[in-house]
Every structure is written in structure tokens, then in C-alpha cells.
Design a protein around this ligand. Structure first.
Ligand code: ZN
Length: 194
């Protein structure tokens, strides 16, 4: 009699453990599906690790600090447009690399002198070469040259056609805002691995 009770209790305990195991496995799968989009937690973690590797490591961005200073000099400066140009420039510079991905771009420095102003950007870039995945960090100089002799500066007001001096944000003839024209004089002048 005692033996049967023991066996019954043992079987009950086993069933209970099995139930908990099945329940836990279901929970893990559901969690994994929600977080990683796959039923296999291990697979999800592996993919998350790769995604982490490919995410930009330690970009020294100071966008929030530098943007107000840039906007003080160039009220119409559009960082998103500048980043779009940066992506295009990087893609041109690294033409021929397979699976090129520009993960993220930040502003890391703003260098001002009387003659020129340079926004230094940092970009995290990944590409494949000979079957191997690389992740590099590049520094780009985006320069506005305040040199009267420079051909970049020759701009005319889109409204009245009047000649514009460098650094002018309003047309001296008709008064219309011309900063967007002057934005065209921003040039990428250097790109280096960093
Ligand atoms: Zn004008």
C-alpha cells in the first residue's frame, strides 16, 4: 500500500515537472518570438549578437552640443540633409565594396576659423570583402569655405539673380533668404579611416 502511494506521488511529481518544463519551453519560445522573431532563443541571441556587432560602436557624437553652434552660424543648416549627402559621399568613396551599409552618422566636431568652417562627422560603416565582414569607422570633413576667391562661393540670388557675398543669409538686393543657396557650397573635403 505504502509502495503504491510512493509510486503515485513519484508519477505525480514527474507529471508536474514535465508540465512545468513544457510551460517554460512555451514561454521561452513566445518570448523569443516577440523579441527576436524566431522560436529558437539561441538563434535569436546569436542574431542579436551579430546585430550588436554591426551596430555602431562608440561613435563620439556631440550632435546636441554642436548643432546649436552650427545653427548660430548657418541658420538654415539641415543636419538630416547633411547626413544624406554624407551617406552619398561615403557610398561614392567606397564604391565596389559589397553589402555596403552606413549604420549611423554623427557630428563629432565643429571647427571654426575666419576662413573656413568644418563639421567633422563620424560614420560607422560595414561592408563585405572576400567573404569577410568589416566594420570601420570613418571621419569626414564637411567644409564651408569662406574664401572670396573660391569658385564655390559664386552664387546668385534665386529670386532676383543678384550676386551674393559669402556668408550672406539674406539677399542684399531683394532681402529674400538665400541660406539654402549657400548650403550648396558645403563640400566634403576629406574622408579617413578612424
Ligand atoms: Zn535677391
Amino acid at each position: 500500500m505504502g509502495v503504491w502511494i510512493a509510486i503515485g506521488a513519484g508519477a505525480g511529481a514527474l507529471l508536474g515537472i514535465g508540465g512545468i518544463f513544457l510551460w517554460a519551453r512555451r514561454r521561452v519560445r513566445r518570448f523569443s518570438r516577440q523579441v527576436f522573431g524566431t522560436d529558437s532563443l539561441l538563434q535569436g541571441l546569436k542574431e542579436a549578437d551579430v546585430a550588436h556587432l554591426e551596430s555602431p560602436r562608440s561613435l563620439n557624437g556631440c550632435d546636441a552640443l554642436l548643432l546649436p553652434k552650427i545653427l548660430a552660424d548657418f541658420p538654415d543648416f539641415d543636419p538630416n540633409l547633411a547626413f544624406t549627402y554624407a551617406r552619398r559621399y561615403i557610398t561614392e568613396q567606397l564604391a565596389g565594396k559589397e553589402k555596403l551599409t552606413v549604420y549611423r552618422i554623427v557630428i563629432s566636431k565643429y571647427l571654426r576659423t575666419l576662413a573656413q568652417k568644418t563639421i567633422v562627422m563620424q560614420a560607422a560603416v560595414g561592408f563585405t570583402e572576400n567573404g569577410q565582414r568589416f566594420q570601420n569607422r570613418y571621419e569626414l570633413d564637411y567644409t564651408f569655405i569662406l574664401d572670396e576667391g573660391s569658385e564655390h562661393i559664386a552664387a546668385n540670388c534665386p529670386n532676383c539673380g543678384g550676386a551674393l557675398g559669402f556668408g550672406e543669409t539674406d539677399c542684399p538686393y531683394c532681402g529674400c533668404r538665400v541660406a539654402s543657396v549657400l548650403n550648396n557650397t558645403w563640400k566634403f573635403t576629406a574622408m579617413r579611416e578612424n
